[in-house]
Design a protein around this ligand. Structure first.
Ligand SMILES: NC(=O)c1ccc[n+]([C@@H]2O[C@H](COP(=O)([O-])OP(=O)(O)OC[C@H]3O[C@@H](n4cnc5c(N)ncnc54)[C@H](OP(=O)(O)O)[C@@H]3O)[C@@H](O)[C@H]2O)c1
Length: 261
C-alpha cells in the first residue's frame, strides 16, 4: 500500500510505479552483520536546519522513510545536542511496525542510545521519562550524572575523558544492538566519520535553497575523506530526493518480505 506522496526508485533500476511500504522496507533492510546507518535531511544547498531545526526540511516522504528506518534498527543513536535541541520524545512505533518487529523476533521498540560527555541531560525529558525501553546513555568514566538520570536510563561508560565511540558501538553490539541507526546531529556524525565507523548514509535532499547561515550535516574536527558509494536514488513526487550510500556493495539484504500494513 502506498500512502501519501508517491516515492519512486530512479536509480539503479527505474521502477516507475510508486514504491509501497513493503518495497521500501526491502530496499533499506537490515544487514546480516553489525551495521551503523546514519540518516539526515538537508537542503539542496547543504543546510542541516531551517530556522534552527530539521523540521522545516522534512516532508511526508522523508518522515515515511525516517519511521521505516526506526522500525528496522535495534539501537537508535542520537547525540545529546540533538536530543536537547529537538526536544526528543519517547521512541514510538505504530502497531503495524511493532507487529513487523515481533514477527521477526525483535523487541517491539528499538533502544534509544544517547551520546553525552557532560551528562547535562534532563531525566524528565519524555525521551527518558516515557521511554518504552530503558534508554542507554553512552558517556565516559569521569562524567557525573544529574539526580534522577540513572532512574530512567542506563549509563554505559566508554572512554576515560571523552566518549570512545568505537568502544561504545562495540558494547552496543555485545548487548545485541547490532543494527544501529544514528539520527545525528552533525558533531556526532563528524566524530563517527573521523573514527571510520559509518557504514551507510541515508540522505534526504529537500528541493529548496536555505541560503547562507546554517551548518552542514557534519561538524567538528576535520578528518580524512571517506568514500561511500551510491546504492540507490529514490525520488518523491514533490521533488524530494532520497539517497542511500553504503560502503558494502551488497548493502543490507532485505530483512524479510512482509511489510507493515
Ligand atoms: N537535518 C537533520 O537531519 C538533523 C539531524 C540531527 C540534528 N540536526 C540539527 O543539528 C543541530 C544539533 O547538532 P550539533 O552538531 O550541534 O550537536 P550534536 O551532534 O547533536 O550533539 C553534540 C553533543 O554530543 C555529545 N557527544 C559526546 N561525545 C561525543 C563525541 N565523541 N562526538 C560527538 N558528540 C559527542 C556531546 O554532548 P554533551 O554536551 O552532553 O557532552 C556534544 O555536545 C540542531 O540544530 C539539530 O536541529 C539536524
Amino acid at each position: 500500500m502506498t500512502v501519501g506522496i508517491p516515492i519512486r526508485r530512479i536509480w539503479p533500476t527505474p521502477a516507475t510505479p510508486p514504491l509501497d511500504d513493503a518495497e521500501l522496507t526491502a530496499l533499506y533492510g537490515r544487514a546480516d552483520r553489525p551495521h551503523l546507518r546514519v540518516n539526515f535531511v538537508a537542503s539542496l544547498d547543504g543546510a542541516v536546519t531551517l530556522d534552527g531545526y530539521s523540521a522545516g526540511l522534512s516532508g511526508g516522504p522523508d518522515k515515511q522513510v525516517f519511521g521505516l528506518l526506526r522500525m528496522l534498527c535495534d539501537g537508535l543513536l542520537v547525540a545529546a545536542g540533538t536530543l536537547r535541541h529537538e526536544g526528543y520524545r519517547a521512541v514510538r512505533l505504530s502497531e503495524p511496525r511493532r507487529a513487523w518487529r515481533r514477527e521477526r523476533g525483535l523487541p517491539e521498540y528499538p533502544t534509544l542510545v544517547v551520546v553525552s560527555g557532560s551528562l547535562d541531560l534532563d531525566p524528565a525529558q519524555a525521551a527518558f521519562a516515557d521511554a518504552p525501553v530503558r534508554p542507554v546513555v553512552l558517556t565516559h568514566a569521569g562524567a557525573e550524572p544529574p539526580p534522577g538520570l540513572t532512574d530512567v536510563a542506563e549509563l554505559v561508560r566508554c572512554g576515560d575523558e571523552r566518549v570512545d565511540l568505537a568502544a561504545g558501538l562495540a558494547e552496543l553490539r555485545r548487548r545485541g544492538l547490532g543494527q544501529v541507526l544514528c539520527e545525528g546531529g552533525p558533531h556526532l556524525f563528524g566524530a563517527l566519520t573521523a573514527a571510520d565507523l559509518v557504514d551507510e548514509l541515508c540522505l534526504t535532499v529537500a528541493p529548496l535553497l536555505a541560503g547562507a547561515g546554517p551548518g552542514r550535516i557534519t561538524a567538528g574536527d576535520p578528518g580524512a575523506p571517506r568514500e561511500l558509494p551510491l546504492r540507490h536514488v529514490l525520488a518523491a513526487d514533490d521533488g524530494v530526493l532520497m539517497l542511500r550510500h553504503a560502503r558494502d556493495a551488497a548493502g543490507p539484504p532485505p530483512a524479510g518480505a512482509a511489510p507493515p500494513a
